[in-house]
Design a protein around this ligand. Structure first.
Ligand code: 6GU
Length: 239
């Protein structure tokens, strides 16, 4: 997969060089390019913003630098068309299934807005997706782009070594994952649940499902509406 990111803060995307995404890039499993939006300004001040039509606080990103950037970035390979993503708190909610949908694309372009956002005409003309990572307001799209790129990259073939790590994830079954434990067997007077040390794999799988169900019921009950619950699952939740 190729990923381009257009931003006025290219350094903000440096974490993509680290850890899981950085290793995936070093192994050519993902090819990430960041671009400074100011490359596509033509005035001495390299202006990217202006005041909003209709008045109000803050500034809006002007369409011309964005159009210049997107023409150059998106038209570099005329044989394919990228999926153009604009992170915005006004977007479609980002979820694990949305991450999987993006992971199936072979080219993504992220447009990081700052200030009050990007001129609506350039969004209309270019964006395939406007995505929100949650119901709170960030200062710009860069942090959201880091979140989306990490969630997508870990789903690409070969990135996560043990494919079981993906199928066991929170959300893989539509449930929150329960607690996990490692050595020592007793720490500060707290013991690891006995069943996990029993070697009984069926009992362990059942215990994990029960913990996931109970945690989801307590913390995110609305998630249970989308899960196919067995009779046994329902009896666990009724406890
Ligand atoms: Cl995608 N962008 C910004 N600026 N704020 C957000 C967001 C995105 N998602 C939630 N808040």
């Amino acid at each position: 997969m190729r990923i381009d990111v257009v931003t006025i803060f290219p350094e903000y995307l440096r974490p993509l060089e680290l850890a899981l995404v950085g290793r995936a890039a070093a192994r050519d499993l993902v090819d990430i390019h960041t671009h400074d939006l100011r490359q596509w300004t033509h005035d001495i001040h390299r202006t990217v913003d202006d005041s909003p039509y209709g008045g109000g606080p803050g500034m809006v990103m002007r369409p011309e630098p964005w159009d210049g950037a997107l023409r150059e970035v998106c038209e570099r390979d005329p044989s394919r068309r990228p999926r153009v993503v604009v992170p915005t708190p006004a977007g479609r909610p980002f979820t694990q299934s949305y991450a999987a949908e993006l992971a199936a694309q072979d080219w993504l372009v992220f447009c990081c807005g700052r200030y009050e956002g990007i001129d609506g005409r350039v969004v209309d003309a270019w964006a395939d997706d406007e995505i929100s990572i949650g119901d709170y307001v960030l200062a710009g799209g860069e942090a959201a782009t880091l979140v989306i790129v990490e969630a997508v990259t870990r789903l690409l073939p070969g990135v996560v070594g043990n494919a079981e790590s993906l199928t066991d994830d929170s959300f893989a079954h539509g449930l929150l994952e329960g607690p996990v434990y490692t050595r020592p067997p007793v720490w500060e007077g707290r013991a690891v649940p006995e069943v996990l040390r029993s070697g009984d794999h069926a009992a362990i799988a059942r215990w994990r499902r029960d913990e996931a169900l109970l945690r989801t019921g307590r913390r995110r009950p609305e998630l249970l509406e989308r899960v196919d619950l067995s009779e046994r699952d329902r009896s666990v939740l009724a406890r």
